[in-house]
Ligand binder design. Structure first.
Ligand code: NI
Length: 187
């Protein structure tokens, strides 16, 4: 419970970028007798990203300790609040990307051996067939045999995944993965 009632909410010892020194609202108040709903706003501090609402979060101490470890590993630019915001955005982006018709960005990284059959021709054909969705392709010659490509796609989430699966399913592609992210409209 002590962690819930900490004053700043950021006990990592680093400065909290979202905590205005003049706001005077750094005391968390949301954890009431019933255990708190976790969504009780206690302050509004207008900073670079606009007004911020502070709320309290209750969680098991063990989980909080592990979370603080993650915060520490992310470096000095991130405190608890920053990381919570990142995690919320990640969840919202993932949910948004699952909505039919949602426009997303995808970065597809693949590694393939260019001697393997007609892999280069097949990869080229797939990308030309969907040229309207291929924003950019970067090709790196890793060694005499292997190539790495990063293909950036933009389009409807389902279509992006279908194209990525076609490319990943191409014979000769040894490794790869797709990362879906926002077009920037929902972040
Ligand atoms: Ni190459």
């Amino acid at each position: 419970m002590a962690a819930v009632h900490s004053h700043s909410g950021d006990t990592s010892g680093r400065p909290a970028p979202d905590a205005s020194p003049d706001c005077g609202h750094r005391h968390l108040t949301g954890d009431g007798p019933q255990g708190g709903s976790g969504d009780v706003p206690s302050s509004l501090c207008g900073l670079d990203g606009g007004p911020l609402t502070r709320f309290s979060v209750a969680m098991p101490e063990e989980l909080l300790m592990r979370f603080d470890g993650l915060v520490a590993r992310r470096g000095v630019a991130k405190n608890r609040s920053e990381l919570v915001r990142d995690l919320v955005r990640e969840a919202l982006i993932r949910e948004e990307a699952d909505q039919p018709g949602a426009e997303v960005m995808g970065t597809l990284t693949i590694v393939y051996g260019h001697h393997s059959g007609d892999v280069q021709e097949t990869l080229h054909r797939i990308q030309h067939a969907h040229f309207g969705m291929i924003v950019s392709t970067t090709h790196v010659h890793l060694d005499e045999h292997n190539c790495l490509e990063v293909i950036i796609l933009r389009g409807e989430a389902t279509e992006v995944r279908i194209i990525a699966d076609q490319i990943l399913g191409t014979k000769g592609v040894k490794n790869g993965g797709l990362v879906i992210t926002t077009t920037g409209q929902m972040i």
